[in-house]
Design a protein. Sequence first.
Lengths: 301, 303
Amino acid sequence: MADRTLDHDRAARRLWPALALPGTFWLIALFLVPFYAVMAVAFSGYINVFGEPIPAWNPLSWKFDTFTQVLSASVTGEYRAVWIRTGTYTVAALAICVAVGYPVAYYTARLAGKRRGLVLALILAPWWINYITRMLAWVNLLQDDGYVNKTLGIFGVAPISWLSGNAFTVVLALAYGYLPFFIIPLFASLDRIDQRLLEASRDLGVGMVRTFLHVTLPLSKIGLVTAMVITALPLTGDYYTNAIVSGSPNTTMVGNQVELFLLQGPQKNLGAGLVLLLSLVLMFFMAYYLVLTQRASRETR
Amino acid sequence: MTDVKAPRAAASPAAQPTRVPPWRNPWRRPYVLAGITWAYVVWSLVPVLVAVQFSFNDGRSRSVWQGFSTQWYCCADGSVGEDSSLLRALENSLILAGATVLIATPLGVMLAMGLTRWRSRASRVSNGIALVPLVTPEIVLGSALYLVIVNLYQFVPLGRPAMLLGHVTLSVSYVLVVVRSRLQSIGPDFEEAARDLGASPLRAIRTILLPMLMPSIFASAMLVFATSLDDFVVSQFLFGDASNATVPVRLYNAVRNAPTPALNALATLLLVASFLALVLAYVGLRTRRRGTKSALAELTDFG
């Protein structure tokens, strides 16, 4: 009997690592090495005949001139306005997400009653609609002679040019695009709150507003922060929303600058430097999220 | 016997001891929240319906309705049926999504099984690496893959092969998360019982573990399919030349220059494809699911 168990253990010891191996190898080759390539390009000191950077694979030959240049341009120079704009748009779009998304998630999780399945399905529907399609839909609506301007015209508002460098349009489009991704994690967290706690608060004669502030909000705080981080990460790196609904240099975000350098010109080292800087800025949020989810999964275990 | 009525519940306001102001009354119906929610649903879905409507427009405008026609699906100049580049984009998207499912799902399921049951320091490190792609902004992943393929993995041509590698990297972590949560809730007892009864490790996985994991494998495969169809950034960095463009890339590149309702028709066809996949997933989960979880919950469970 003891022999058999020992045998089990030995086979299992080899089996589980063997199963994990291909995926681990894949992630090293196509996630860690690519990130190293970004550094190799950002820190390259030489360019070839096309003016493109020659990646420095050996860390000993890394040159930091270009990266320092990107850094100083971001802090004081030409990219300063771009970074500030990116931050402003992200904060504004997140504020809209919280203001609209929290009530929607709360209603769906706690109050929708027998319509809950329907509401949840409708809220999930945008997940299955292509992001670019959803933006294209707004381009149709916001044309100078589109439905939005026509509706405004009924109230005597002169047609507004929405699609040529309007910051308001960009922020609204970002909020529209990322709201579904904000609502679902928040919904999951609100859904887990014990109904009995809210009933206890109600039975003790506490009004709805105070119940919300002292029971619901503290219990959903982690869910809210998770949803905000999950939304803020792609939002900060977004460039396509902006390019579709504006396309003007007046609304350029960091992502647009990266795309410009990497795909439309030879100065890939500048682009790689910006990607590195963006990753550093976002690293804090990424780490925070990972710690949070690790803790949560340990608690459920 | 004839006219006996049940005593009616007190309905007059006078019967209540004190009048409660609406914001103090916890039993009030949540009209405001319901209003916000339904307004949000309308706001999130109606624009897409309008875009679908304009795919049937009888004219070149994408903002003024000129009557119903199916000319942008077939047979007008530049319609989806006539413009081979549009059809090709649809083909690229569907083939890519299918291939991504075929690679990412087994890879992720194996990774989930290995990392959940194999407890060591190495597995914890590997686990950490596997979760980072979930929180990496797509622009970072896209540009990193682009730079490594152009500079180091030069044997991988930009186009379908490069996009396939990118989409699998993007989606393998979703499979890991969905399947792992299921594995943890099942626990190791069932496969150990099978082993004690004399099954080989592989046989225990095949006959016990895989059938029990099936709902989550199915859900994650659909998630991978949707992720691949929806992806724009990674494709945009890796598609190479126009003949390899996927639908999102094609839409993006065309939306600013010379757009016609044919674009809306293309977007509508992609929409139909992903909703067919969703219906298939829902039906699949319904018939296969074991336990008490609803199919919808299974699909939302990774949040």
